[in-house]
Ligand binder design. Structure first.
Ligand code: ATP
Length: 309
């Protein structure tokens, strides 16, 4: 897959605050790319830089393999903040004004209204729209002129569950049409549901980037326990077992993670018994993506503190 956006070592200071620190990743063509991170992690700053609303303090980026230019930016539909629509005008009239400002897309209005499912309500005043409809109209405005790349900052922020579902469906539809979409989100759930790729930011630092299925893989693990006198022996045994990636004490038990698919629980039980450890607790568990995400951010934070010391 070729790269649509290449971000190379971007750093941004606001005075003494370092909002981004040498962030590097590639956005593949046709991907729905989530920039995921908690509030204040630098997502909006990064999108602002690649859309040339903000200047980076260091590093570079390129769109479509070329240095940034006004002409390229015109090929990108952006929704960085909610546009100012006229409340007393209809959805369609507002889009006509937006098309006039952009100098393109007037003939495109019926098409974009259809994509965001506002055709039936195109003649209603903007003030009568629900929040979800307002957001969909904002997306429609980005789609004027049929850009192949779309950049959205927190597209479902502030919406109710229905509005969130509607907006996500529009994003999925655009992805099916082959658009490349870059979206910032602080919601793991959102990224998991709509994105094919993800970059995780924490305090301006890139933790990891890549295919969602690789970065946020859902992992099963086994939790086992034995008499307190046997716990140290059990941990040693499990750590030496082939296929085991990590053994981690958790409350009165130990959690066993596998590199390549979880082991059969019966087999694990037999293995421990044959080695002289009788298990009094054995359970197959699912690790939620949420906890994986938390662990990822915590582990990297600890590693950074350790390096700094
Ligand atoms: P949110 O989801 O809350 O918008 P974010 O991940 O988009 O967060 P940014 O808004 O990019 O993060 O902010 C990154 C850091 O830069 C934060 O520490 C923020 O306080 C700081 N920051 C952002 N804009 C400015 C500014 N104009 N002046 C000073 N500091 C700023």
């Amino acid at each position: 897959m070729s790269s649509i956006l290449s971000i190379q070592s971007i750093t941004k200071f606001y005075g003494k605050i370092r909002a981004l620190n040498q962030v590097t990743f590639e956005v593949p063509a046709g991907s729905v790319f989530g920039v995921l991170g908690p509030n204040g992690s630098g997502k909006t700053t990064l999108l602002g830089i690649v859309m040339d609303v903000l200047k980076a303090s260091g590093g570079s980026y390129s769109w479509f393999g070329n240095p940034p230019s006004e002409q390229q930016r015109q090929q990108i539909g952006t929704l960085l903040e909610t546009p100012n629509f006229y409340h007393y005008l209809s959805g369609e009239q507002n889009l006509r004004i937006a098309a006039g400002i952009k100098g393109k897309g007037e003939s495109d209005i019926p098409r974009v209204l259809e994509i965001v499912k506002l055709t039936e309500r195109k003649d209603s005043r903007f003030s009568t729209y629900s929040l979800g409809m307002k957001q969909r109209l904002a997306i429609a405005s980005c789609l004027l002129g049929n850009p192949q790349v779309l950049v959205f900052d927190e597209p479902t922020n502030g919406l109710d569950p229905v509005g969130i579902a509607e907006t996500r469906e529009v994003i999925r539809q655009l992805a099916r049409e082959g658009k490349t979409i870059v979206l910032a989100s602080h919601l793991l759930d959102e990224v998991e549901k709509v994105c094919t790729h993800v970059a995780i930011l924490q305090r301006g630092q890139l933790l990891t980037a890549g295919d969602v299925n690789e970065v946020l893989v859902n992992e099963d693990f086994i939790e086992v326990g034995a008499e307190p006198a046997q716990m140290a022996n059990l941990q040693g045994l499990l750590a030496g077992l082939s296929g085991v990636k990590q053994v981690r004490p958790f409350e009165h038990h130990v959690q066993v993670f596998f590199g390549n698919g979880v082991m059969d629980t019966g087999e694990l039980n037999r293995f421990c018994f044959e080695k002289g450890v009788v298990l009094n607790y054995l359970q197959l568990k699912k690790r939620s993506l949420e906890s994986k995400f938390m662990e990822l951010t915590e582990e990297k934070a600890k590693a950074r503190i350790a390096t700094a010391n």
